[in-house]
Design a protein around this ligand. Sequence first.
Ligand code: HEC
Length: 96
Amino acid sequence: MKKVLAGIAIAAMLCLVGSITRAQDAANGEKTYKAKCAACHGPNAEGKPALKAPAIKGKNADEIQKQISTSPKHATLKSLTADQVKELAAYLGTLK
Ligand code: HEC
């Protein structure tokens, strides 16, 4: 019985650590987004038609990585690291 309880406690702790990490990723991603993306994609990633920048809410890391490495609009963003892209995706995933 004790073993089962210890197992449950460990599983609960792992879940907690996992969600804290995700929240931290999203917070870092928000900073990067505001600094590097908001000017074109809008403060809430809703897009800016005047700049022909589409809404990018909920875009995943693969889509972001592909865009910033291929689109000429994103030429200044090639220096973003894989971690920053992951964080951006975590942040965009929190937007509805
Ligand atoms: C200079 C303005 C500008 C900045 C800054 C910018 N974008 Fe974009 N983005 C665009 C435009 C314009 C498009 C439309 C597609 C194209 O022309 O490549 C686009 C398209 C995209 C798309 C594809 C959307 C779709 O539905 O196809 C993604 C994803 C994206 N941007 C992510 C980002 C991220 C993440 C950042 C910040 C790290 C960023 N962009 C910064 C202008 C910008």
